[in-house]
Write a protein that binds this ligand. Structure first.
Ligand code: CTP
Length: 216
């Protein structure tokens, strides 16, 4: 099984308002679609996106980070996992309380207290149920932050912290676009440029690289 998380999460603070982000889910869906096309059993755990389920993929829709973690945990404990791919843009925090109804906007600052969300990918990687755990990192490549070299360093420390074998490093500018430049980053190897391409073409290159890595 390949387990893939995708899309944003929503963290409700009342019955109508939520914290989220602008992730389109396109990269995760393109990867799920490409893996299924190659005959893999694919479980896609997705936050709310405007995309239909790719052919041959088993999808579960979730909203919050905690829900995403719960569903993934279950999938991992029930199935042997070849590849775990964390592509979701999980909200870093959630409101401590979710109140029912729609409180007046004047009261929001009294209600809104944030607590950190669990790290879905790190928690799943820690279960040691997947042969290969891969994450995504969105990094600023501005000169003030050390440019490309700084972005690779931050990706490597993210990889260590989360217990992953590789990180796909994306430039910040690719977030809401259909094209993105991407690098495969491992602990002890030179970053491998997968090039700038639309997300479907990038998914083919990423899945090629994953399959190569599985054969090593
Ligand atoms: N991730 C996750 N659960 C979280 C946060 C992140 O599963 N609560 C996963 C994402 O799916 C992605 C990777 O971890 O694979 C991204 O890590 P993160 O630390 O959020 O990196 P950035 O998005 O680059 O953000 P930042 O640099 O601000 O930490």
């Amino acid at each position: 099984m390949w387990l893939i998380t995708a899309g944003p999460t929503r963290e409700y603070l009342d019955s109508v308002r939520f914290l989220s982000n602008g992730s389109s889910g396109r990269m995760g869906y393109a990867l799920a679609s490409e893996a299924a096309r190659r005959g893999k059993v694919v479980h896609l755990v997705s936050g709310p996106v405007g995309l239909s389920c790719p052919a041959g993929v088993e999808r579960v829709l979730v909203e919050s980070a905690r829900e995403m973690l719960l569903v993934c945990r279950e999938a991992l404990s029930e199935n042997r996992c070849e590849v775990l791919l964390g592509v979701a843009a999980v909200s870093d925090a959630r409101p401590r309380h979710c109140v029912s109804g729609k409180p007046a906007k004047e009261d929001l600052s009294k209600i809104l207290e944030l607590v950190p969300n669990p790290d879905v990918l790190a928690t799943l990687a820690g279960m040691n149920r997947a042969d290969l755990c891969i994450g995504f990192a969105l990094e600023d490549m501005d000169e003030e932050r050390g440019g490309f070299v700084g972005a690779v360093e931050r990706s490597r420390s993210k990889l260590e912290r989360k217990g992953l074998q590789a990180i796909l490093l994306n430039e910040l500018a690719s977030m809401e676009r259909d094209r993105g430049e991407c690098w495969w980053v491992e602990r002890d190897a030179e970053p491998l440029a997968l090039g700038a391409a639309d997300k479907a073409a990038l998914a083919i290159r990423i899945v090629d690289q994953i399959q190569k890595r599985l054969q090593d």
